[in-house]
Design a protein around this ligand. Sequence first.
Ligand code: 13P
Ligand code: SF4
Length: 322
Amino acid sequence: MFTATFAPNQSLLNNIPQDLFSAIATIKKELNAVILAHYYQEGDIQDIADYIGDSLGLSQQAASTDADVILFAGVHFMAETAKILNPNKLVLLPDLNAGCSLADSCPPDKFADFKAQYPEHLVISYINCSAEIKALSDIICTSSNAVKIVKQIPKNQGIIFAPDQNLGHYVIEQTGREMILWDGSCIVHETFSEKKIVQLKVQHPQAEILAHPECEMSILRHADYIGSTTALLKYVLQTTSKEFIIATEPGIIHQMEKDAPEKLFIPAPPQSNCACNQCPYMRLNTLEKVYLALKNRTPQINITESIRVKALKPIQKMLEMS
Ligand code: 13P
Ligand code: SF4
């Protein structure tokens, strides 16, 4: 029988301190660094963060921080947004491969051709897109302010909404506005099984179904409450319900369990027997990579200045309109 032994790289292990929590705290102080983490990060990363939030909260924090270094525990478009807002700060992403299927579903050259078909339309882009797409946009939005922003646009103004078609359909339903949608989507939020969610509800009849608006309409129509990750967290704290089925990335359950330990949170199951409800990009970041990024001041996020200046305007517009 063939057996393999795992031989860890000793030099790598020697470079990683045993107590990562205190090592990260020390290095953070030396660098005057701040750690911003999204709710989809693993629990340990959330626990060492200075601020945990949804995409809007994280952008607001990035816009107001006086730290010299921003370690962004999230995905590339989030760290890029922090760099767009802070060109003179060092912005670090623990793993440069932490991308986003939604951002990837909207290549800038194809989007520029698409936009050219509607020259009079205003472009509202979900923050889950590249700096190049932001530079082609008039206003950025997140899942927590998309409805609010679209409601502020004059009724006779045509709108292109990109790149998430599911969020786009949800905003159309909430506002009654017609919008031209780009057909992008998130692999995580499209993985939930309507059938399995309905079966879970039969087993837990008291449970409320909470869903992120990146989910498909077939899931959203079963939801008792729809909102961004921060909105879902606030909702479970404010309602008297004790059981919930959570149709978004299960990283959010870490904070829900911390803030409401007496309540039961059941992750909505994916269609196949996989862990596909976990974002494979978000989960590339680890505590070790956070430590190494701070220690080595790499991987850094850098953006061409001409793109940054164009991408900044629609982000600032969002911050004003939120
Ligand atoms: P929010 O952070 O707005 O809840 O969006 C979730 C998400 O998919 C981030 O990639
Ligand atoms: Fe992108 Fe979806 Fe992952 Fe969010 S959960 S980072 S939208 S792939």
